[in-house]
Design a protein around this ligand. Sequence first.
Ligand code: NAD
Length: 408
Amino acid sequence: MSFDAIQKRLNDLQTKGKLTEKEVSYLLTPKRIHQKEFTLEKDDGSKETLKAYRVQFNDDLGPTKGGIRFHHEVDLDEVKSLAFWMALKTSLSNLPYGGGKGGVEVDPKGLSETELERISRGFIQVMAEHIGPTKDIPAPDVYTTPQIMAWMLDEYEKIKGEHLPGVITGKPLVLGGSKGRSYSTAQGGVYVLEAALKHAGKKLTEATIAIQGFGNAGMHAAHILHKLGAKIVAVSDSKGGAYDANGLDIEAVTAHKEKTRSVIGYAKDVTTEELLALDVDVLIPAALAETITAKNAANVKAKIVLELANGPVTPEADKLLYGKGINVIPDILANAGGVIVSYYEWVQNQMGYYWEEEEVLEKLKKQIIPPYNTMYELSSKEKFDLRTAAYLIATKRILEAAKLRGRV
Ligand code: NAD
């Protein structure tokens, strides 16, 4: 989503939250922007110059934290928006972190393992001086994996000449990753969804669900929800979707995707647009930003939209969905499970002492439900949509810290 759209959202928030112009301007100003270029030597010997970004948006609450994305559409504007959301996300979840984000403008599809490794190491070579366990801690995001985090960690440690596993999270377990991290984004979303369904007087076992995006966030959500007894009627990936009104067998869909590289062809094919318009209880956008827009919001029939992706609902669509009585659980809470367990990973790295999966999940639930409740209560009391309530709680905490530091 464009940073302009975020600015518009904050202008709306200014009136509702009685924020001063100075406060809004402070909240919208990124602290540091790092823009670099590095050369990728391809397997065929040819060379390509790639653009790399790291935006450290706000660090009032602690070191900046946020993922690194490999995608052909990555640009500074997008990284800025994502970094801003990270600042709100860490604040809302009461983490001792600020917000940041990074990316490399590259199409990772079609790249070999060795090319991906060179990109990962190249990113760290140009950014190493700006990141660190007490400065800025990256993590995975779209098309970046635990293996990529491992290469990045290795490159950083080579440059620094010491072991510093807390510089990056989302690592493989053997390199200091946390148990539960791989599916934590989805798990956090499911905890929040269970709370929202309870408020709506609906049981998860009676709910029908459609999920757009079948990667880390969407696929794990599908597995967890399927195991809990919810009926997943449709899932999709970048090639298209699969639909079965009686519910999909998610294990079988995953096996089909592993074999054919897509979910299409498993059941009745559906397009993304058809999936978004299905008559379901819960719609989970778990792919990229700006999926539900002014053009298709009127078609959405779900009662709850759980934003596992970052920025899947545009500000215009937000208003239309709210007008239709649809509850949109905002990304800054719905997908915060990832950064929460990343925080636990970092804590374990700093201590050098590792927790069991059960302990991680218990802590995650205890960390994500209170902000959900606070958001829900504020939204009910003030008649705000959930996103406005979440933004107000998050920005208030950032401003409190900034004021104590004498920055605003
Ligand atoms: P991923 O790369 O693992 O998966 C992305 C999925 O989206 C893939 O299945 C891809 O095929 C699908 N997709 C792409 N374009 C699509 C389209 N037009 N229609 C349907 N599907 C499409 O990425 P991920 O880590 O699962 O991230 C997905 C979203 O969740 C992103 O917005 C990301 O920022 C957000 N998120 C992820 C995490 C995490 O821990 N992975 C944490 C917070 C937020």
